[in-house]
Design a protein around this ligand. Sequence first.
Ligand code: SF4
Length: 275
Amino acid sequence: MPLDKEFILDNVGEYTEEAVTWIREELSDKGKLYVAFSGGKDSIVTAKLIEMAGVDHQLYYNDTTIEPPAVMKFIRKEYPQCIWLRPKHSFFKQIPKLNPPLRGAKWCCFHIKKIPGWKIKLDQRVLGIRWEESSFRKQLGRSQLVNIGTFRSYYKREQNHMHYHPIYYWPTWAIWEFIEEQKLPFPHLYDTFDRLGCVVCPMRKRANMEKWRKIYPSYYRAFEKACAIWYDRRTAQGRTMAYSCVEAFLEAWYSHKVSWYDKEFRDLKEEKEKE
Ligand code: SF4
């Protein structure tokens, strides 16, 4: 699906002017805004645009416990005004209980990413997400009502969130030109990676994970240790695992081939497929 022509602008100056005007028109009367800040290039640009527009806001950084240390150091130094949020239990601590996350079972995005932010009582939220990033994001739009619905027990509030995406239509080149033009600092990890985020993540391709492993091997050691605890715990409970040992499981996990943890479920599925 190509982007509508009206959202394609000629230069970064036009993108900047359009975004600042949009923020002032849409968000000036919304009270204090929660600005999700990850330390990545898109949130750096979003934070600057919000500042330029002069609207009331607070930056929040969600430390998922598997964030790149270089990014955390960058935020501490360059954005001391940013408030840090953390989940109750770390990613590694939750694996033995909730299973290693999979592409189709990303409990971590909920437990370590969303819940800490949901506890903040600011419902008007600004995020640096962009149309071109994924087919899922192409469906969101520049403003989005987020129904907290079934998660209210975590959120402990009735009200839903409103999400705003000021840089929704920005292409990547405009993001980097803006950073250069405004002389904004950014994490040096961009010399190696196009995108930052959680160091160990089921959404990463294997080759990309290997690059991260070289920089932060202790994160991968901790992940494998947590998986070993999880595997031992399940076998001690009498479950028959779909993989003969944790090493075989990890090999499948890194290759994105895991669809079942337990042998009985895998066999059941194979039987159904034969019918
Ligand atoms: S980005 Fe990846 S590792 Fe981080 S919370 Fe989401 S799925 Fe989990």
